[in-house]
Structures are given as structure tokens and as C-alpha cells.
Design a protein around this ligand. Structure first.
Ligand code: G16
Length: 542
């Protein structure tokens, strides 16, 4: 029997860069989660008896929301819900399941790299039938609906057993609890040369993976240790925990420090990698060398033809605007198009659907391809392994040869976290207002060539997104970008992206901080970060 629950709208249910992210306590308020899910169901394009995929990264509150979403889906006319065993589906695996089983969409319960636990963060993201994040037109429609919502629907039924594979009826709807790993692992086997990697493993290739007690643990153990034959223990922190073991599941040099230290040690494995809460991001570290996400994108694109799934070449390469231009140089050398989109994986969807791009990536440690419509952390690790196995080269060698051929984009992102929102917004507004005066101004040896507030017109559907970050471009190809994060849950996070290009024949083997020093000073001079925020150094450097 369907029950209609009266509701009044909550303020602040506007999805950000990647869905709705708030503190768990906010989601626990009566009706808060239900209002949002009902708004999704009210606006989602779906046929009668549609199927819906539900999965999450295993964080605290995951199971509660899954049970409620199932009761609501049954009351809202869905015919089938596919849910990962234990409520677990990595974001790329969820994208694949939606595509493989013809789902009309999916609810992905994750706050990604944000910490988990009763006092920490939770999130809900809606993906559409192509398996990708809902585009802005859909998230805006969901948001508009949240402002007028007056009821939500549910059937009255007990919790289903999420841990047992199989089928259950909930009202007229079928709930299938599916193996979270199998479909995804098969997809990976179809893209990469597992036999070649296995041979390399037998020959001594070593890997260290940090799953950060988040969703990739079961996937990584199955793929790396079981299917590819890496030694037991290759995957550390492999058991998903509701609070990620008290850590921050963000695969960067701060939060994956132990892995970094392993990789810089004397007996380091050949490749080190970490994933985030929901498995869509990756961190890549070679023996003694950190590869920035922007470089990883460029190097993967340049060598992707070594993997069977990409042997036919790439159609195009897309990157988000703050990501370094390293990938553009690869695209130019290949004679294929390069796309520069706003931050947010949702902007790659139309390009992938239209066959304009094959590989996409972001500075925020996301890389992926047209195999799904999400970024995919383990995919990136497997492509690196495939390239290493097929070429017989080390990560260091691949990187050095890449820079010798294309030049090097030194790169870093400086994050100032939990800045008072008013202060951060004013900083960005004043910066935007001062842009007209900047061209021609010198900051040390850096002369501003141009600057703007980045706007994007989608080349496929013509949709326009403005105010996507402020770009300061210097003579010689260096650049500073200022943006406010769209994924934080506390105050504002100011992101400052620093990039310096060294051409072929230039200084290609220096330490990034040394090469970026002048840009750091220029960023402070241009935006008055220290004076306005009181911060003398960033909280996180990636
Ligand atoms: C999300 C988006 C990414 C974006 C990242 C950081 O990733 O999907 O496209 O680059 O957030 O966004 P922001 O700079 O606005 O915080 P995830 O892994 O958090 O879903």
C-alpha cells in the first residue's frame, strides 16, 4: 500500500559539482532525504516500470537511505531496483550497471572523498540513463522541484536483506541484489590485456594499492590479487568501513601519505595507486616519482593504444578547464580534438555520447573513458599497468620520455579550506571586477597576457555554463586559475591552480614547488589571499 507523506520544502537542496552533499546530521532530519529523492523521482525521465540502480560507497547512513529509497521507488512506479550487495557499488561500477542493464538512472549514495561517519558527510547523486551524472538542466529541475515539494510517497514494507544475492518483491517492484564486483571486473577484462599484465607480474612487476577503507577494496582485491595474480596484501585498507577508519578517503599526497612514503622508499613497488571514497578518483605514483593527475591523463592518452580496448586510437581528449594543458599537446600531436570543459564530470557526458572524445580527465584525480560515463579510478590503474606491461618501461621512463617529447606542465593545486563563505565569495567577486585592469601587468617575471571568467558552450547540446572559474594567463603558457569548490560542506574552499609550461629542451626534471614559486607569489598578489583570509599557506597542496 502506498503511503503519502506530507512535506514542506527545505532550503539548500541545490546539487553542487557532484550531487547533494551535506553533513549526515542534515540528511537525518525528518523528510530531508525523502524530499530530495522524491524530487528526483518527480523530474526523472523514465518509462513506466523503469529500472533504477542504487548503490553507494558504504559510508555511514548508506544502508538507511538505500532501504528508504527502495520503499520510495516502489511507490513511484519503478518496476525494478538493482542494488549492489551490501549496498556497495563504486561510482564507475554503478555507471556500468545502469548502461548494461538498461536502467533509466541511478542513485549513487556518496560524498566521494569527503570523510564519513555520524558527524561527517553524506551525499546523493542522480545519474541518468547514459550512466553519467545528471546534466545541469536535470539537476536544476531537481532543485526547482525541491523548492515546491509537498509530499513524498513510499510503500510500507520492512527492510530487505541487502547482503544476500537474489530477488525480493517490494509491492509490485522487484529488487535484485547483485554482485557488486562481477560486471565491473568483466568490463575491465574486455578493455585490458590481463594476460600480459599477469605475465609481467610473474616476471616481478609489483603494485601497492591503497583502497582507504572505501568502496574499491572488494574490486581491487578481486581484480589485482585474484585475477591478475599480484601478491596477497597488494591492496591495503581493503575493507570498506562506514567511517573509512577515521581517515579522509581523498587520494592525494596528504591523505595517502603512507602510500607515498612506500613509493619513495628503497624497496618501492613499480606502481602505487590509491582511490577515493566511491572509487572514481585515482592517485598514481611510480617508484620514486609522483605523477600529477594532469600528467597522468596526458600520459595515459599518449600510450592508450597499447591496451586492446584503445588499440584503434582515440577520437578526442577532454579535460576540465583547471586541468593542465598537457593533454592538449598529446591531442595536437595525434591530430585529434581537445576539449576544455568546466569542472564536473557531468560536462564530459555529451562529448562521450556523441563520440567526440574517448578519454577524459581532471586535475582532481579523475580519469576515465567512454567505457562508462563516470571517472574510473581502477580503470586508470589498469591502463597504467597495461602500458607498463606492454612497453616494459618504468613509470619514471614513461614520464621522462613524455616530457622530452611534449615539454612539461609543472602543476599544483593549493586549497584553502573552510574559508568563511562571505569572504571567499567577496574575494572571487573582487577578482572578477579587477580583470579588465590585469592584462599587461607584471608579477615578478610573469606578465599577464589575458584573463577571463571561464564560460562554456557545450558543442553538442549548446547549453551554456558561465562563471566557471577565473583564468589568469601569462606570456609563455603559465597560468593561475581561481575557483570555489562545489563539493565542500563547510564554509567555502578556495582552489588556486598553478601551472607553468617548460617547453622541450627546457628544465624538465626540477621539483614542482621550485618551478611554481613565482606563480604562488603572483596568486597572492592578484587575489590578496593572505590579507583577505588570514591564511599564510594552503591547507592542502595536490
Ligand atoms: C567531483 C566532480 C569532479 C570535480 C571534483 C572537484 O568529483 O565529479 O568533476 O573535479 O568533484 O570539484 P570541486 O573542485 O568543485 O570541489 P567527486 O570525486 O568529488 O565526485
Amino acid at each position: 500500500m502506498i503511503t503519502v507523506h506530507a512535506a514542506i520544502p527545505f532550503v539548500g537542496q541545490k546539487p553542487g559539482t557532484s550531487g547533494l552533499r551535506k553533513k549526515v546530521k542534515v540528511f537525518q532530519q525528518p523528510n530531508f532525504t525523502e524530499n530530495f529523492i522524491q524530487s528526483v523521482f518527480d523530474v526523472a525521465e523514465r518509462p513506466d516500470q523503469a529500472s533504477l540502480v542504487i548503490g553507494g560507497d558504504g559510508r555511514f547512513h548508506n544502508r538507511t537511505v538505500i532501504q528508504q529509497a527502495i520503499r520510495m521507488a516502489a511507490a513511484n512506479g519503478y518496476g525494478t531496483v538493482l542494488v549492489g550487495q551490501g549496498g556497495i557499488l563504486s561510482t564507475p561500477a554503478a555507471s556500468h550497471v545502469i548502461r548494461k542493464y538498461g536502467g533509466s538512472g541511478g542513485l549513487i549514495l556518496s560524498a566521494s572523498h569527503n570523510p564519513g561517519g555520524p558527524e561527517e558527510d553524506f551525499g546523493i547523486k542522480y545519474n541518468i540513463a547514459n550512466g553519467g551524472p545528471a546534466p545541469e538542466a536535470v539537476t536544476e529541475a531537481i532543485y526547482q522541484r525541491t523548492t515546491a515539494i509537498d509530499r513524498w510517497l513510499a510503500v510500507d514494507t520492512p527492510d530487505i536483506d541487502l547482503d544476500r544475492l537474489g530477488q525480493t518483491q517490494v509491492g509490485d517492484m522487484t529488487v535484485r541484489v547483485i554482485d557488486s564486483v562481477a560486471d565491473y571486473a568483466e568490463l575491465m577484462e574486455s578493455l585490458f590485456d590481463f594476460a600480459a599484465i599477469r605475465t609481467a607480474v610473474k616476471g616481478g612487476l609489483r603494485l601497492a594499492v591503497d583502497s582507504m577503507h572505501a568502496v574499491t577494496g572488494p574490486y581491487a582485491v578481486d581484480i589485482f590479487e585474484r585475477r591478475l595474480g599480484f601478491a596477497a596484501g597488494t591492496v591495503r585498507n581493503a575493507v570498506p568501513l562506514e567511517d573509512f577508519g577515521g581517515h579522509h578517503p581523498d587520494p592525494n599526497l596528504v591523505h595517502a601519505r603512507a602510500l607515498y612514503d612506500t613509493m619513495m622508499g628503497d624497496d618501492a613497488p613499480d606502481l602505487g595507486a590509491a582511490s577515493d571514497g566511491d572509487g572514481d578518483r585515482n592517485l598514481i605514483i611510480g617508484k620514486g616519482i609522483f605523477i600529477t593527475p594532469s600528467d597522468s591523463l596526458a600520459m595515459l592518452a599518449a600510450n592508450a593504444h597499447l591496451a586492446p580496448g584503445y588499440a584503434g586510437g582515440l577520437k578526442g581528449i577532454a579535460r576540465s578547464m583547471p586541468t593542465s594543458a598537457a593533454a592538449d599537446r598529446v591531442a595536437a600531436a595525434m591530430g585529434i580534438p581537445a576539449f576544455e570543459t568546466p569542472t564536473g564530470w557531468k560536462f564530459f557526458g555529451t562529448l562521450l555520447d556523441a563520440g567526440k572524445a574517448t578519454i577524459c580527465g581532471e586535475e582532481s584525480a579523475g580519469t576515465g573513458s567512454d567505457h562508462v560515463r563516470e571517472k574510473d579510478g581502477l580503470w586508470a590503474v589498469l591502463l597504467w599497468l597495461n602500458i607498463i606491461a606492454a612497453s616494459g618501461k618504468s613509470v619514471q621512463q614513461i614520464a621522462s620520455e613524455h616530457w622530452a617529447q611534449f615539454g612539461r606542465n609543472y602543476y599544483a593545486r593549493h586549497d584553502y579550506e573552510a574559508v568563511e563563505t562571505k569572504c571567499a565569495v567577496a574575494l572571487m567577486q573582487d577578482l572578477a571586477a579587477a580583470l579588465a585592469q590585469l592584462p599587461g601587468t607584471a608579477f615578478g617575471g610573469l606578465v599577464v597576457r589575458a584573463c577571463d571568467s571561464f564560460g562554456y558552450t557545450d558543442p553538442v547540446d549548446g547549453s551554456v555554463s558561465s562563471n566557471q572559474g577565473i583564468r589568469i594567463l601569462f606570456d609563455g603558457g603559465s597560468r593561475i586559475v581561481f575557483r570555489l569548490s562545489g563539493t565542500g560542506t563547510q564554509g567555502a574552499t578556495l582552489r588556486v591552480y598553478l601551472e607553468r609550461y617548460e617547453p622541450v629542451g627546457g628544465i624538465l626534471d626540477a621539483a614542482s614547488p621550485d618551478m611554481l614559486e613565482e606563480l604562488v607569489c603572483a596568486a597572492d598578489a592578484i587575489a590578496a589571499i593572505t590579507r583577505r583570509t588570514g591564511r599564510t599557506a594552503p591547507d592542502v597542496v595536490t
